[in-house]
Ligand binder design. Structure first.
Ligand code: FES
Ligand code: FES
Length: 180
């Protein structure tokens, strides 16, 4: 940290390292959008309530509007731009398209990052508030619509595309179960 309230930091985003000089109060969301021109992550509420800004830090989902850029140094940050690095959509993204998982699309980058993190949490055996048996390995319990709605409840969609979002996540979960 410098005396002027700024810091020289290094952020690793989507496998690329960026050197930045930021005000210590800069959020990760603003650093991504304004300094790195990665505008896929959206600013909805800017107060941790809508999930539009969700990104993955070391594979775990966070709301980037409530994460300081300086605190993200040393982590592997994945934004929606990093979900299809070579332009090849992953099954989750294809399912969103095929099943109409969005309308205006403003929430979609957050929904996608959140779903990637959520599916990894389930695969790792993390229970949710909707998991029937929290004493057992949650990954052994099949994801259903109730589970997906609960686990994705931090991501709001003002267009109300929830039924299609849930279907897209469930279809992806089924595909991943087949390939495991
Ligand atoms: S913009 Fe971050 S949660 Fe809404
Ligand atoms: S698709 Fe419009 S806010 Fe979700």
């Amino acid at each position: 940290m410098n005396d002027d309230g700024r810091s020289d930091i290094s952020l690793r985003v989507n496998d690329v390292t960026h050197g930045l000089n930021v005000d210590n109060r800069t959020t990760l969301l603003d650093a991504l959008r304004d300094a790195l021109d990665l505008t896929g992550s959206k600013k909805g509420c800017d107060r941790g309530q809508c999930g539009a800004c969700t990104v993955l830090l070391d594979g775990r989902r966070v709301v980037s509007c409530l994460t300081l850029a300086v605190a993200a140094e040393g982590t592997e940050i994945t934004t929606v731009e990093g979900l299809a690095p070579d332009g090849e959509l992953r099954p989750l993204q294809r399912a969103f398209i095929q099943l109409d998982g969005f309308q205006c699309g403003y929430c979609t980058s957050g929904q996608l990052c959140s779903a990637v993190g959520m599916l990894a949490e389930h695969a790792a055996g993390w229970p949710s508030a909707a998991t029937v048996d929290v004493s057992a390995d949650a990954s052994a319990q099949e994801l259903d619509a109730v589970e997906v709605r609960e686990r994705m409840s931090g991501n709001l969609c003002r267009c109300g595309a929830y039924p299609s979002i849930v279907r897209a996540v469930l279809e992806t979960a089924d595909q991943q179960a087949v390939t495991r």
